[in-house]
Design a protein around this ligand. Structure first.
Ligand SMILES: Cc1cc2nc3c(=O)[nH]c(=O)nc-3n(C[C@H](O)[C@H](O)[C@H](O)COP(=O)(O)OP(=O)(O)OC[C@H]3O[C@@H](n4cnc5c(N)ncnc54)[C@H](O)[C@@H]3O)c2cc1C
Length: 217
């Protein structure tokens, strides 16, 4: 994906909606129509707002970011891209040129859900799930991204708890609880820490359900 792709491109692409619905999820809840018409995925990643919708979703997707500078081109795994609020691994002389995501395989599904106070707001909390199910509907792989602190983070405890388990309400409830216990949600004008933790639990469960339905197994 070229870094200059606008949010609107993802919102409107039938190809993206069919293969990577998680991108369409992000683009349809990010900002408002004016922001989506002008903003780019590369600009949003380089800006690195703590509540970045793209950062959270691309963490779940295990994206690789391609940076180009005077010394050539290098690949930055998304897990090492966000350093602090508004601070990334990009050097001052580098441009982000591409975003690469693994090919979607049969049994894969993803979803991004965002809680916001109103259209145009950044996330109170956001949850991204990308999972792969085997033929028996057991979770073969899963990554969960959370927008809930100084930078997008992964809910690694919840991910570990899901591996090998049957995709369904019991496993999802356990994982959602673990996701809500991690991270460092701060009380702010968008909600208290307790409220954010409660919403992470609800939205993680729902994102797991949607991702599973999309996995088609
Ligand atoms: C009102 C409003 C609401 C918003 N709501 C949300 C939201 O809900 N969720 C969300 O995730 N985002 C939101 N955004 C951010 C939005 O996603 C924009 O994409 C983001 O502001 C970056 O804008 P831009 O793409 O035009 O980049 P610019 O504003 O042009 O650039 C942003 C920064 O990144 C640098 N930069 C840009 N492109 C690159 C590149 N390829 N390589 C290296 N550095 C680069 C620029 O030098 C600059 O420092 C919102 C923005 C606004 C103004």
């Amino acid at each position: 994906i070229g870094a200059l792709s606008r949010h609107r491109d993802f919102e409107q692409s039938k190809l993206i909606r069919g293969k990577y619905p998680i991108f369409s999820d992000v683009a349809s809840v990010l900002g408002d129509p004016q922001v989506r018409n002008m903003g780019t995925i590369g600009g949003a990643l380089a800006h690195a707002d703590p509540a970045s919708d793209w950062g959270t979703a691309l963490l779940a997707l295990e994206a690789e970011l391609i940076a180009r500078g005077p010394k050539g081109t290098r690949t930055i795994p998304i897990d090492r891209f966000f350093k602090d609020p508004f601070t990334t691994a990009l050097r001052s002389s580098e441009l982000l040129t591409e975003i690469r995501v693994p090919k979607s395989e049969p049994g894969d599904g993803g979803a991004y859900l965002k809680l916001k106070r109103k259209t145009g707001d950044f996330a109170t909390i956001g949850v991204a799930v990308q999972l792969g199910l085997d033929a028996k509907r057991n979770v073969a792989g899963v990554r969960i991204g959370l927008a809930v602190g100084p930078t997008p983070i992964r809910a690694t405890g919840a991910e570990k708890a899901l591996i090998g388990r049957k995709a369904g309400p019991t496993a999802f409830a356990d994982a959602a609880k673990l996701a809500s216990e991690g991270g460092h949600p701060a009380s702010d004008l968008r909600g208290s820490e307790d409220y954010k933790r409660a919403m992470i639990e609800v939205f993680t469960r729902r994102a797991l359900e949607t991702a599973t339905a999309r996995a088609g197994r």
